[in-house]
Write a protein that binds this ligand. Sequence first.
Ligand code: NA7
Length: 546
Amino acid sequence: MSNTQTHHDVDVVVVGAGFAGLAMLRELRDERGMSVRVLEAGDDVGGVWYWNRYPGARCDVDSTDYSYTFSPELDEEWNWSERYATQPEILRYVHHVADRFDLRRDVTTGARVATATWDDDAARWDVTCEDGTTARGRYLVMATGCLSAVKRPQVEGIEDFTGQVLHTADWPREPVDLAGKRVGVIGTGSSGIQVIPRIAPEVEELVVFQRTPAFSVPAHHQVLSDAERAALKLSLPERREMLRNSPTGLSVPVTRRGALDDDDAARERHYEEQWHSAGFGFLLAYNDLLVSHEANRTASDFIRGKIAERVNDPALAEKLSPHTYPYGAKRPCVDTGYYETFNRENVTLVDIAEAPLTRATATTLETTDAAYDLDVIVFATGFDAMTGSLLKPTITGRDGVTLKEHWAGGPLTYLGLMTAGFPNMFIIAGPGSPSLLGNVMVSIEQHVDWVSALLVDSEAAGTPVVEATAEAEAEWVERVNAAAAPTLYMEAASYYLGAEIEGKPRVFMPYAGGLRRYRRECDEVARDGYRGFRRSPEPSTDLQPA
Ligand code: NA7
């Protein structure tokens, strides 16, 4: 659908119609009576769950904890069918929410934002989209997601490849038939680890190009019975309270035990028990896995031991075992039969750390060692994380300074919510906030509520121009760095650190102090009259030039 020439003059322009953008729309429109226009690049709502429709795509947070919490009626009527929802089910949920709360009427789809420019005289954001849609709003909310700017590595000659080239994060909407094909998958992060075991049984041959092995633990997918669903619903209030007060936003009990508090036998028993139930929560088996090398080594060794048990060929198991970074320092993965997939006759692992990819030809993908005949190449190479989608459009703040210029040395934010020099622009669950380090749904709702309260307060006080001060921003950036410094996060070339993109500033982007502490901090700032934010009245319209 083309939106050419459509203009929207509203209170709030929201960019992105994923979980965050839709929550912001509902909150500001239905709870605060503001006019909102959501601009969405995709042809439908859903954000990351709209684009990432590769076989095997699933959430690795429990469905119940990856749901909106604003409506008891919604909780009552929606029934998740599995412990971890599949992508189609999550997309159905998003559609249900969009329809039930009549959100679509304020969403323009197919509108990729090209520019957003602050007009200081009018105190308005002017937004333009590639399809010609324009919007003007007093506030701009960037709800663009941390994992949405797709990373497509340059492989020499890829344009000459005559087979199909796919990316997990931009999977075709129509079904892709891989049956009987020779398929190469590049990348072994969460997406690769989900797609590989899923397609292995149907393809003729699967070649996995691995640069860095991941740590993965069993997901323990499980279809929920009626009784389990009923019990989950009953426990919702308690569970939600736990999520809100937890450091991770996950419904995993916080342990006070460190890995070395247990003797070897007790620790082994505990890991074994966690291995058989925890899923993603395995990382929280002990409270020091991300701060102590010695503690981390016990978990890393345990997982490597399990890989050795799951893969028949010891040399192959060794290649699949990570040794170059601590467990958890990169986003850990959960899987269903990932390692066992390599026991199949039709699956080959190619270590491209040892023999790097060199080029593609019409029919092959080549490394320094060999050429692989393929019909399909699947990039599972992830994203330009956290800042990619914020820096793609040209966002221009005060005095003509662009966000790209302001963030040339890495993202600078106050509380992850605003950046100095960009008045009335908010970021949902972006850099400088816990975002990807916890359950992002909890982060999204916390930000939506907090921004909404700030807007109401500012409007009531007659000071609707809000801006983070440069001092507050500098102080917060220091806090973000200080929170990360003692952790093992600093020891992996991860997307948390900007290592996924060549030339990207190497700074630790999310706030590692935990969701609970972060929420407390945001609440205190609000209680202190929004300390660190400068607020001023809108310029009088009488003073506007004609
Ligand atoms: P990730 O986790 O960023 O994984 C990307 C994978 O692709 C990872 O194995 C990378 O290896 C590999 N990669 C990236 N670039 C290249 C190049 N140029 N050559 C070879 N291999 C490459 O993305 P996902 O989509 O799997 O998961 C993203 C999030 O989705 C995940 O964190 C969950 O939150 C859900 P590397 O480690 O960089 O050596």
